[in-house]
Ligand binder design. Sequence first.
Ligand code: TYM
Length: 336
Amino acid sequence: MSETQKREIVCSGIRPTGNLHLGNYFGALRNFVKMQDEKECYFFIADYHSLTTHPTPDNLYGNARQILVQYLACGLDPDKATLYLQSDLPETIELYLFFNMNAYLGELERVTSFKDKVRQNPNNVNAGLLTYPTLMAADILIHKATKVPVGKDQEQHLEMTRTFAQRFNNMYHSEVFPLPQAFNFGSELVKIPGLDGSGKMGKSEGEGNAIFLNEEDGSIRKKIMRAKTDSGPTEMNQQKPVEIENLFTLMKVVSTPDTVEYFNDLYNRCQIRYGDMKKQLAEDMIKFVTPFRQRINELASNEEYLRRVMNQGKEKAHESARKTIDEVRHVIGYRN
Ligand code: TYM
């Protein structure tokens, strides 16, 4: 690439609300790692966003630091990608304020993730939760990113990011912001299912639902053996119920195609024994997770290195954010 050709800008983040699981890995992190070689990448830890649902965390910095460890353990390189804490970049908050001025109550109330959170926790419907999408738009647009590697659950937030970007451009007769797209290396965004037979793998969907990147072998075996199944197929080639489809989806991401084919074939011939399939899945899962767990354990105690990475990221992120916020203030009409 020539000096004058600008690299595409990529940005994404993960909330420090628990250890990372296979959903986070396949929906987001795996893409982060692939993109860092070719694109200008900003990957942060969304420690402001975490307050929308966890307002008084026990150890906010410790949780954020643990996500950084997991970013590094998955192969993110601080010399290739800018890795930083959201709370180290106050320019984001200034942009959030500007987006909030032009975001409407009706559109924010219609966001699916907001409605879900209201249902789950009706006693904590705070303004941060309502304006979650404007903060997310600010995270992305502060670097003028055009590609945002995320899982399927974030699609609507990306749509809103484009709405806020376009609205800002129109209101201030400018071309400050690009219109970013959600991204995954396959052609479609992914949704990794949980082990409880319904919905997605998630940090807050109950202990047995997710497999974490630092999970011990015994615990992986236990969770998979307990995963929900049915009493087995009764007709050849019958459609799989959702909990069985989920097990196959998990198998597709960690096992070889031959293995998936083997069990699929048994299913179609009504000869599958779920116990055997789960045993195989557990062993393949353990093989997949073990190197991550080892690297996480190695990195976790290297406090000095982690601080250095965070400081380096903060500086680089600040440089990019400052340019955008100066331009934004200028087009709105503030003194720079
Ligand atoms: P969070 O912390 O809930 O999840 C982080 C990333 O993991 C993806 N993900 C999944 N992908 C596939 N299958 C699953 N089961 C699964 N579970 C989680 C999510 O799609 C996400 O990509 N709002 C974001 C954090 C954020 C952000 C941003 C992301 C804040 N600002 C700006 C991108 C750009 C969130 O809650 O992610």
